[in-house]
Design a protein. Structure first.
Length: 322
């Protein structure tokens, strides 16, 4: 019998970079835009006819699947195929290839894709280690009944098509989704559902993401982790594919730019917050990592509100230079 290649999962299109100025966005304020600002997340809606299947590769991402209608057969390597009915949410093993096949006339599934490096933090979801006092039954394909209000929120995602390519929209909705999961399900249910995403293998990455803002140097972060500096650097390079110093400086630059976009326009305040003693040092840092001086960054953010405002900001920044 001739082998017929099966289609592979393809995410819906996304703009490479949103060009809109969101510094004063009334729809998605800073408190929502800043949630998971370094995260990659994407919702995709799929409609499959009976017998149609889609494969998900082991590409380092985590996938949450919400079966809105129809039942599906899940095939995970090394496991017996399982049939999951409609109105279920499924959390397959992280970085594991699997395939879903529709069994009914029409099946609708919404997929949330998450980068492995931004997996749900166990301290965020559980408020403490989920394994300390909660018994979790091992399952390669954890599934929970889909709460009606959660289903309503997921179906609403795709009603406003003009927002489909807005990265902030997907980030906000992903943040809302995790908050709703925390509200609608018990701790044992969450521990069971997210068991493949909060295992010990992720603790180093989660530790770094949770603590890098609390320290002033790489050596201090390594000490906080209880590791030698050389061992910490090797572990970090293997996990993040980058040097610790460069990664921390990029995160610092992202926070500075986010503050400016959220309305910060006082250079001295920014210097004090991010511990720059001299303006020349601060300016050099911004040029190296953000490709512009602080005054230029502030003026660019304000430029969309009129040349007069931009000129005022530029003059004020010049006056503030020590």
């Amino acid at each position: 019998m001739d082998y017929q290649p099966q289609p592979q999962f393809v995410e819906s299109a996304r703009s490479a970079r949103c060009t809109a100025d969101c510094s004063r966005c009334p729809t998605f304020p800073a408190s929502f835009r800043r949630i998971g600002e370094a995260a990659y997340c994407r919702f995709t809606r799929m409609l499959l006819k009976a017998g149609e299947s889609v494969g998900f590769p082991a590409d380092g991402k985590s996938y949450l699947l919400f079966l809105l209608s129809g039942s599906f057969c899940f095939e995970v390597p090394g496991e017996d195929p399982r049939v999951i009915p409609s109105k279920r949410c499924v959390c397959p093993g992280c970085n594991t290839c699997f395939r879903i096949t529709a069994r009914d006339e029409e099946g609708v599934v919404v997929v949330l894709s998450l980068l492995h490096r931004t997996q749900t933090c166990e301290w965020t979801v559980f408020g403490g280690s989920p394994h300390s006092d909660i018994s979790v039954s091992a399952d390669a394909l954890p599934a929970l009944a889909l709460h009606p209000l959660l289903e309503e929120q997921i179906e609403f995602l795709f009603r406003e098509r003009e927002l489909a390519d807005c990265e902030y929209y997907h980030e906000q909705k992903a943040a809302e989704l995790f908050m709703l999961l925390r509200i609608f399900y018990t701790l044992p249910e969450l521990a069971y559902f997210f068991q493949t995403m909060v295992g010990p293998r992720d603790n180093f990455r989660l530790f770094v993401c949770a603590n890098y803002e609390k320290v002033r140097s790489v050596a201090e972060l390594a000490s906080l982790a209880g590791m030698s500096l050389s061992a910490f650097k090797r572990r970090f390079a293997a996990q993040f594919n980058d040097s610790v110093y460069h990664w921390m400086m990029e995160r610092k630059a992202e926070r500075i730019l986010a503050d400016i976009r959220d309305g910060a326009s006082n250079t001295k305040m920014l210097m004090n917050k991010y511990e720059f003693r001299y303006y020349t040092q601060f300016s050099r840092f911004c040029k190296n990592y953000l490709h512009a001086t602080p005054a230029r960054l502030i003026a660019d953010v304000r430029s969309s509100y009129g040349a007069g405002d931009a000129a005022k900001v530029s003059r004020r920044e010049t006056a503030e230079i020590p």
